[in-house]
Design a protein around this ligand. Structure first.
Ligand code: FES
Length: 98
């Protein structure tokens, strides 16, 4: 697992962007817990860190497709699922493995 930031950074600065094992990832705060997923939208590679979150649903800014960050499921295409990665919080530090 690699450290990608702290809970303080996630709460104050919004989504955390990082690279883990060479893979671009992003960490969102959902219901006070970090969720790590791919940095680019699976539809057409839009920047997911610019998306808007309502409850647990992230909406991509490029074409408005929505993804539930808890299940990864896309609302527009049930066959499309966000990758999600293991996250561990130790004290303030957030670790992710891909
Ligand atoms: S690239 Fe995200 S909805 Fe199209």
């Amino acid at each position: 697992m690699e450290k990608v930031g702290t809970m303080g950074e996630l709460k104050s600065d919004g989504p955390l962007k990082a690279k883990v094992d060479g893979k671009a990832i992003i960490v969102f705060l959902v219901n006070d817990a970090p969720i790590a997923t791919q940095a680019r939208c699976p539809h057409a590679h839009g920047p997911l860190h610019e998306g808007e979150i309502c409850d647990t649903v992230l909406t991509c800014v490029w074409h408005g497709w929505s993804f539930d960050l808890v299940s990864g499921q896309c609302e527009e295409d049930p066959d499309m699922v966000l990758e999600r990665y293991d996250v561990k919080v130790e004290g303030e530090d957030i670790f992710v493995s891909v």
